[in-house]
Design a protein around this ligand. Sequence first.
Ligand SMILES: Nc1ncnc2c1ncn2[C@@H]1O[C@H](COP(=O)(O)OP(=O)(O)OP(=O)(O)O)[C@@H](O)[C@H]1O
Ligand SMILES: [Mg+2]
Length: 310
Amino acid sequence: MARKSEFSDSFQSTKRRRRDFDDDEVFSAEEQARFEEMRTEFDDAPNDDGPPAGDRWTIWWDSEPLQRGPEPLPDWVITDHGAVDYELGVLKTGKEADVFLIERAVPDTDRAVVLASKRYRSAEHTQFNRAGDYTAGRGAKRSRDVRAMAKRTTFGLEQAAGRWAAAEFDALKRLYVVGAPVPYPVQVLGTEVVMEFIGHGRTAAPRLAETRPDEPELESLWEQACEALRLMTEQGFAHGDLSPYNTVVHEGRLVVLDLPQIVDIYANPLGHDFLARDVENLGSWFTARGIDRQEVDDLQLELKAIAAKP
Ligand SMILES: Nc1ncnc2c1ncn2[C@@H]1O[C@H](COP(=O)(O)OP(=O)(O)OP(=O)(O)O)[C@@H](O)[C@H]1O
Ligand SMILES: [Mg+2]
């Protein structure tokens, strides 16, 4: 990070004070004028606008209240105005998004938390063209967005990426509040979803597909999978892409990930098919390891009954 001049440092601290009091402080005309003057001077100065440490200022306050995680906030969520985000590296690059590891920290304190940051791509090679099946019944209200998405313009791709991020964040929120095993959704901003990192230190929890559970562990994980599916179905959702690759196991606990394509069982004409496929995709992994096939069939029937209720 470039060394900042004294002037820049004093500008930074002024800026931070302003951020701290953003909500209610009214500045005098004289103070306003001074800020404007400093801003102009600062714009001319060769320094960047970044934080004194870290890779960016925390983006917590850049999200609207509805784009932040549900209350009560877990105590590890850092909301300080002076916090900074560090980029720790890429966790996984995927077809539609890349998952990064970040650390949000309060400088000069020992308060820091590692988070997962999923960033949707707006690049041409994403697979938004197959998105129609999933989003049937969801309704893109702003017709300009719809037309742009159809034309696959840069604007459209950016909008689509933002929509996927918003959809995943909303799904995480709805499921988290009913106690489903999903990461706590910290915030969404544009094409980025920041969520609880499931893992130890900086090491991500293994995907279900990578685990070798013994018999009692297998039973426990299967029970948890059934419960997660019940909760989702009761909320009127099918995951839409459930698999042993989109679930991880952390300290014996099954956590479901990757929810942007969540399907509204009632609005989507293929809703029941998506639900059945989710159960089959996860269920077949369990039956291959010793869970009785009958249990998967029973779960299919049970969920079908739940989904049949209006
Ligand atoms: N919150 C998290 N905590 C820990 N690991 C995570 C988290 N989110 C994602 N990961 C890891 O990153 C991988 C990719 O995440 P996710 O499935 O959400 O993205 P994706 O772009 O859809 O990937 P893919 O196209 O491979 O399905 C997961 O399989 C998991 O290993
Ligand atoms: Mg995935």
